[in-house]
Design a protein. Structure first.
Length: 256
């Protein structure tokens, strides 16, 4: 996944001391251009430009993975607190240690721990967030791929739009009490949706992933896929940007 938006607004500037009634038409067209409905690429570009200069980001993360396949139904829910600091520090701590992996990169060492198994693994820290966020340790620890990681890349738009074959602007919706742009994207391996806050802070609010194409790629026949479901729902809340993070925010403690 990867995304970007190139929005072009045509602005007609008319400077004239004397205007006839017909000369007043251009300002009306200008207003119409300004009110032109958003498109998915332009909204995604706004999001990318908003996140790119951020030195630090903190937020609460919620995820629900739903699987319904061959008589097996399962929902896996998790909540975590996440912080990111450029160039290469990252931490995800589970609210419930039993629900998933903790991931910590302090800038020198990358660690992932599984509290239920009382095990952890460590390796040298990548030098950049781009390297960090494509590391299999991180991807596996997050339980799914999504904009959650990609917005912190050096070029968020390019990263998000990678592999996208179709995009759609689905209108505006309320996520809680926040007005949001609803975007839809298609890729060969999965389809996904993204909700981005309207206004001067176009932050991520919610994402949804339909992974049925991944099941189909695994060789399942039409009957097996008929009632199959594999989806990921992610919520992003309580964003804070460019606040100083203490060193102990990225401290790793092995599970006991």
């Amino acid at each position: 996944m990867r995304l970007v938006v190139l929005a072009t607004l045509g602005l007609a500037l008319v400077a004239c001391n004397h205007q006839s009634p017909l000369a007043a038409a251009p300002p009306a067209k200008k207003a119409a251009a300004k009110d032109k409905p958003a498109d998915a690429k332009s909204v995604l570009k706004q999001l990318a430009n908003f996140y790119r200069p951020k030195k630090t980001s903190q937020f609460d993360f919620e995820q629900k993975i739903s699987i319904n396949f061959n008589g097996l139904k399962n929902n896996v829910e998790s909540q975590a607190k996440i912080a990111v600091e450029r160039p290469n520090r990252f931490v995800m701590r589970q609210i419930d240690p039993q629900s998933g992996a903790d991931v910590v990169c302090d800038g020198e060492q990358l660690s992932m721990s599984l509290a239920p198994l009382k095990q952890y693994t460590q390796s040298a820290a990548p030098e950049t967030l781009d390297e960090l966020l494509t590391n299999p340790l991180i991807a596996g620890g997050m339980g799914g791929r999504g904009p959650l990681l990609d917005v912190f890349a050096d070029d968020p738009y390019k990263t998000l739009m990678e592999g996208v074959t179709k995009d759609e602007y689905a209108g505006r919706e309320k996520i809680g009490d926040v007005e949001a742009h609803h975007l839809k994207f298609e890729q060969d391996q999965f389809d996904w949706e993204l909700w981005v806050a309207v206004g001067d802070q176009p932050r991520m609010l919610k994402a949804a992933f339909d992974m049925r194409k991944t099941l189909a790629a695994g060789g399942l026949n039409e009957d097996q896929l008929k009632d199959a479901e594999m989806s990921i729902l992610q919520n992003y809340k309580n964003w804070q940007f460019d606040k100083t993070l203490p060193d102990d925010a990225f401290a790793f403690e092995p599970p006991e």
